[in-house]
Design a protein around this ligand. Structure first.
Ligand SMILES: Cc1cc2nc3c(=O)[nH]c(=O)nc-3n(C[C@H](O)[C@H](O)[C@H](O)COP(=O)(O)O)c2cc1C
Length: 180
């Protein structure tokens, strides 16, 4: 059977962002499992216009749609901004529709309280986009898992949670593929 394609979506586009460190860590864990094709999907690469403000013909929009279409499931790397997700991630979610439908997602979040409030906001949005978000949700603390709030040093316990989250994401991504 063909391996599933899982996109690890970096939710932050901020200069100096921490999200690549977290995304690469999840990808390394996924690659070690070898049970899917894991790839980093960086919203910043697509230069998406703010929804509704462009011509609709921007190359990044077509590339975004094409990339999502090729993915069977997602891991969202979510950072808490004012108790929610970033504007960049919301815009990226709004910038496609059918391409999200009937797929599964896991969430890895971070913030002062593990990014939990942002992740719960994301779950509501994913429901509208027909993305099935799995239960296990690794939450990383800016205080405990990042040295000087800058260098990612995840506590040991998170490895087990990431694997459990990936188990669920892979299972549901495979099941939902049969619907599409
Ligand atoms: C505009 C802004 C708002 C933020 N609001 C929150 C917040 O409400 N709760 C929280 O835990 N952290 C908050 N933070 C801290 C971020 O979670 C932290 O800076 C994190 O590193 C951002 O992710 P990034 O580095 O990948 O962009 C905020 C940061 C910014 C820049």
């Amino acid at each position: 059977m063909e391996k599933l394609n899982i996109g690890i979506i970096l939710g932050s586009t901020r200069q100096g962002r921490l999200s690549p460190q977290v995304g690469n860590w999840v990808k390394e864990i996924g690659d070690q499992r070898g049970d899917a094709n894991y790839e980093i999907v960086d919203i910043a690469d697509y230069n998406l216009p703010f929804y509704g403000e462009g011509t609709g013909n921007e190359p990044g929009l077509a590339a975004w749609s094409e990339k999502l279409s090729r993915l069977d499931g997602f891991v969202f790397i979510v950072q808490e901004y004012n108790h929610s997700i970033t504007g960049a991630l919301k815009n990226a979610l709004d910038s496609a529709r059918d391409e999200w439908n009937n797929k599964a997602a896991g969430i890895v979040s971070y913030g002062s309280t593990g990014g939990a409030r942002a992740a719960e906001h994301l779950r509501g949005i994913l429901g509208e986009l027909l993305v099935a978000d799995v239960r296990v949700h690794p939450t990383l603390s800016l205080y405990a898992d990042f040295e000087n709030f800058r260098t990612f040093k995840p506590a040991e316990l998170h490895l087990q949670n990431v694997n459990a989250m990936l188990d669920q994401t892979i299972a549901w991504s495979g099941a939902l593929k049969t619907l599409r």
